[in-house]
Ligand binder design. Sequence first.
Ligand SMILES: CC(C)(COP(=O)(O)OP(=O)(O)OC[C@H]1O[C@@H](n2cnc3c(N)ncnc32)[C@H](O)[C@@H]1OP(=O)(O)O)[C@@H](O)C(=O)NCCC(=O)NCCS
Length: 171
Amino acid sequence: MTMLKTERLTLRPLVPEDAEAYAAMRFHPEVAKWLPPAQGDPLDAARATIGRFATAWQERQYAPWGVFLGDGLIGHGGLNFVPEFAATEVLWALHPDAWGHGYATEVARAALPYGFDTLGLDLIFAITLPDNVASQAVMKRLGLTYRRRVDYKAFTDIVWYDVDRETWQAR
Ligand SMILES: CC(C)(COP(=O)(O)OP(=O)(O)OC[C@H]1O[C@@H](n2cnc3c(N)ncnc32)[C@H](O)[C@@H]1OP(=O)(O)O)[C@@H](O)C(=O)NCCC(=O)NCCS
């Protein structure tokens, strides 16, 4: 499992003890409305996600990190393998208290070199709902390009952006 420090943030794999803070971020209504719905108790769902990420860290050497400002969890972000597309996405979600400071961009700017240079990925994509302008602003800031609409889980016709390694390295 890899931990990274950025200028302002610590990116570290989530552990079971993070579940409460993670649930408060991931299931905050202003965050949850943009993400695939989860069933049942938020704390149980947070624990399940943390467990799924831990498995991915072991099997693939990557999963989304917990994003920490000091000791406080403010979000998650990083690389996530999506079996439906047989490809790896870069994703982010922050507690609303942490929006507007460039933290999502800072996380992704650490995740992309980790994906392309350390892991040797060929392509990294990002998807979101068409009206999620904040998330698409992050994608554009990073240098991802809009390609097409796709369906994913409960969402139809969502926007797909991506960047390949060659383009990213030549940026
Ligand atoms: C999408 C989301 C992570 C974006 O967070 P964010 O804080 O707005 O994004 P950034 O980290 O790029 O910050 C951008 C803003 O911070 C400002 N900023 C301040 N300091 C900055 C810095 N050092 N570097 C970059 N931007 C900075 C920028 O000017 C920008 O403001 P603007 O959008 O008005 O131009 C956040 O809105 C969120 O968690 N939403 C709910 C969950 C979600 O939608 N996740 C994505 C699903 S696909």
